[in-house]
Design a protein around this ligand. Structure first.
Ligand SMILES: *Cc1c(COP(=O)(O)O)cnc(C)c1O
Length: 434
């Protein structure tokens, strides 16, 4: 397998290089040279495949020999360790629950797979790998859990003190072992600036093997395509065309869905659901892509003003607006509408949505007004208990909290307090990891 940069389609790197670098030097994004069509026999027998076997089949074709099959199987068996069940709300509405992993959000799939892949490529190397990652909350928990106890890899997570939720902080600061949380007396941007400086510092890169766990790493997208097949497999085989509705921020999930379609999954339509940060729905209706600063909402993991994976979507459609808007319909909703959808879905179906999934429900409803008799699958990207205070206020009742989240409150926080001066951070890194 080879990958190119969206800025330079004629120069290629290996999968290993793309995974360790995260971003190409030219600031484009890595894309697979080919996204292969899976064989008919795979689709004919899809219902017989386990979730892990689906992952193996996708990777075998996509990676095309870059990793021997036995190693690939081991990577998948260690990363796809929880299910992605489809729950029926009615004959036209299904929810794909992607929150059964350790951090209760779909990001667990990407983080775990990336951790296993990095660990595999790192094996021959005697030197320890140190992953630096800045988080505003959500990504950090998935990355921490994903890399937890991974041999040969240590993880340093920088987060802004007082600016992540109580449970998010617990997810970052209670694991210990190879995971260290650095609590920065500053903003998320300060955290990101420190990480960026570290990668540019010759002293650091000369003495410590550094890598990033950036959200645009291709290793995070690949496993996100598995669950589109897994969802399709669980749907009833009637004649209604299948549409996937994706609550979106940086558009990684939607990009992975397009990968699945290119591999042959019969997806009739993608629906991009956003909150008021609607840069992509605006592009779909006007043809103009105009990034702008994000505005805060209830569905805060989708508060993105310049979606990073949009470049990949443009690349796959050769930047042709007409083709993109054929395949993807966009809808945007505000917080009031989101709250209403959560209450309505609870009253009508007895189903508790999180705010991100609720934006998805709204978008599917809007689409189905004009496109009835379609089978809609909404990606439920997080467990509602991750947003407990909001969800309980909106539904006006107590909701169940999964055990793995409940026990976090009892665990003790460990963090390394740090200012925003780079020299202090650098000295600490050299001292701890050299
Ligand atoms: C990250 C996240 C999203 C946005 O996903 P993208 O792939 O960036 O579009 C949506 N919902 C939740 C709960 C998330 O954590």
């Amino acid at each position: 397998m080879r990958l190119y940069s969206t800025r330079n389609p004629s120069s290629f790197v290996s999968l290993e290089e793309a995974v360790f670098k995260g971003l190409p030097d030219d600031n484009g994004l890595f894309m697979p040279e080919y996204i292969p069509q899976l064989p008919d026999s795979f689709f004919e027998r899809l219902k017989d495949y386990s979730f892990q076997e689906i992952g193996l089949e996708v990777c075998r074709h996509l990676f095309n020999g870059a990793i021997p099959e036995n190693d690939l199987r081991a990577i998948i068996e260690k990363s796809i360790t929880f299910p992605a069940p489809v729950v029926k709300l009615d004959d036209e509405t299904y929810v794909l629950e992607l929150f059964h992993g350790p951090s209760l959000a779909f990001k667990d799939f990407g983080a775990r797979f990336m951790a296993r892949l990095m660990s595999y490529f790192n094996k021959g190397n005697g030197r320890e790998l140190v992953i630096l990652v800045a988080t505003s909350g959500d990504t950090g928990g998935a990355v921490a859990a994903g890399f937890y106890k991974t041999p040969g890899i240590r993880v340093v997570i920088l987060y802004p003190s007082g600016k992540v939720s109580y449970l998010q902080e617990k997810q970052l600061t209670t694991l210990g072992e190879n995971i260290t949380a650095v609590e920065i007396d500053g903003t998320f941007d300060d955290c990101q600036a420190l990480v960026k400086k570290a990668f540019l510092d010759k002293d650091l890169t000369g003495n410590i093997r550094l890598s990033s766990a950036n959200s645009i790493n291709i290793a995070r997208l690949v496993p996100q395509s598995f669950y589109y097949f897994e969802a399709y497999k669980q749907l009833p085989s009637d004649k209604k065309p299948v549409v996937f509705c994706i609550p979106s921020g940086n558009f990684g999930n939607l990009t992975a869905g397009i990968f699945a379609k290119k591999m042959g999954l019969p997806v009739h339509q993608f629906i991009a659901a956003t909150n008021i940060n609607d840069v992509v729905p605006m592009y779909l209706s006007t043809g103009e892509f105009t990034p702008r600063p994000s505005a805060p909402t209830l569905s805060n993991a989708m508060d993105v003003g310049n979606p990073s994976n949009f470049t990949r979507i443009l690349d796959m459609y050769c930047s042709t607006w007409n083709n993109i808007k054929e395949d993807i319909k966009g809808y945007a909703f505000n917080d009031q509408q989101t709250e209403d959808a959560m209450r309505r879905t609870f009253q009508v179906h007895g189903y508790v949505l999180d705010p991100h999934g609720a934006v998805g429900v709204l978008a599917l409803e809007a689409f189905q007004v004009e496109n009835p008799r379609t089978k809609g699958v909404i990606l439920e990207t997080a467990h509602p208990s991750k947003f407990l205070p909001d969800v309980e206020r909106i539904l006006n009742c107590k909701i169940d909290v999964p055990k793995r989240l409940a026990i976090l409150s009892k665990k003790e926080k460990h963090s390394v307090p740090m200012g925003i001066a780079f020299d202090q951070f650098k000295a600490w890194l050299l001292d701890a990891y050299q």
